[in-house]
Write a protein that binds this ligand. Structure first.
Ligand SMILES: Cc1cc2nc3c(=O)[nH]c(=O)nc-3n(C[C@H](O)[C@H](O)[C@H](O)COP(=O)(O)OP(=O)(O)OC[C@H]3O[C@@H](n4cnc5c(N)ncnc54)[C@H](O)[C@@H]3O)c2cc1C
Length: 276
């Protein structure tokens, strides 16, 4: 993917951010602090920037000389994000599709995690392997989650059959796993493949091992849900299915008043599924 950015100056420029899908890609405009207006065209390959904007609905009226800079915006992910002497952070680890608008957030999240991983390696060397596993899992999950989100967004476009959009969209990621809601009397069980094991997680300034939930449908293992440890919630259902209401009743002391919300989170994550 190429990103072509033009900076527009002069009177009468839009004062708001604008986003438009076009057949060849998508356009994204935003006002800048110096009163200029920046418009990025994300396209497959080199194109006539000004012709793209002229044919658009939201940017066709722009007037004023501009320079256009082009950069590569292709997504990538490093094969090795960390080892004994290396932690890749931010774009050095992976680059997300600009449609996600999340590269800075992801880079800051990686930096926070990296600082905790380094602290653990230096001060609790016995936990070094768990810390590196935590970091690698978190980075891989960020890439997988964003890839799924952007594939879904691209597949929803009115231009989804045009080559640019078809290449990036995947309607399969739009198919819901579980139904939207679960009947209160339904029999539910732990998803096949989901398991409760010790997984690395952040406790304060360190990476520690705690019982967590892992499974093929999950981008990464998790230890807490709704602010409480997840494993004790799932222990009652680990061996045999239970009625949803009975499961919620068993949580009354652990998640007072939030049983239904916690259940919905586990249901939507595909950790709990209908039994039989
Ligand atoms: C077209 C496009 C649009 C985007 N839009 C968004 C958006 O809307 N929202 C969003 O959150 N993200 C967006 N991103 C992604 C975002 O810009 C990056 O993910 C984010 O900046 C990564 O942060 P970073 O610190 O890893 O890298 P960078 O921000 O690239 O910082 C790395 C810094 O290191 C410096 N550097 C490089 N080599 C050396 C060296 N040898 N010595 C010293 N310094 C060096 C560089 O000059 C640079 O300042 C977009 C990306 C693209 C390509």
């Amino acid at each position: 993917m190429l990103a072509m950015r033009g900076t527009w100056r002069g009177a009468g420029l839009p004062r708001q951010a604008r986003v438009e899908a076009i057949e060849e890609g998508w356009l994204w405009g935003s006002p800048m602090p110096d009163d200029s207006y920046s418009v990025i065209a994300c396209v497959e390959s080199q194109a006539d920037y000004f012709a793209l904007l002229r044919r658009s609905a939201l940017f066709c009226d722009l007037r004023g000389a501009t320079t256009v800079h082009t950069c590569d915006a292709t997504t990538y992910a490093a094969d090795i994000v960390c080892d004994d002497r290396l932690l890749r952070v931010g774009d050095a680890s992976h680059s997300l599709d600009p449609l996600s608008s999340s590269g800075v957030h992801s880079a800051m999240q990686a930096a926070l995690h990296a600082s905790i991983v380094i602290n653990t390696i230096l001060r609790r060397p016995g936990r070094a392997a768990a810390a590196l596993r935590f970091y690698a899992d978190a980075q891989r999950a960020a890439v997988a989650e964003h890839a799924a989100w952007t594939r879904r967004f691209y597949a929803e476009s009115r231009w989804r059959d045009a080559p640019f959009w078809r290449k990036r969209g995947n309607p399969a990621t739009m198919q819901p796993g579980n139904p939207a809601t679960c009947d209160s009397n339904a029999n539910v069980m732990l998803s096949p493949g989901a398991s409760i094991n010790d997984v690395p997680c952040v406790i304060g300034d360190f990476v520690e091992l705690r019982p967590g939930v892992a499974g093929p449908a999950l981008p990464r293992p998790f230890v807490w849900i709704g602010g409480v440890p997840a494993a004790p919630l799932l222990r009652p259902i680990e061996r045999a299915p239970m009625r949803r209401n009975a499961l919620l009743a068993s949580w009354s002391k652990m998640t007072p008043g939030r049983e239904a919300a916690v259940f919905d989170a586990l249901w939507h994550a595909g950790v709990l599924v209908a039994a039989g």
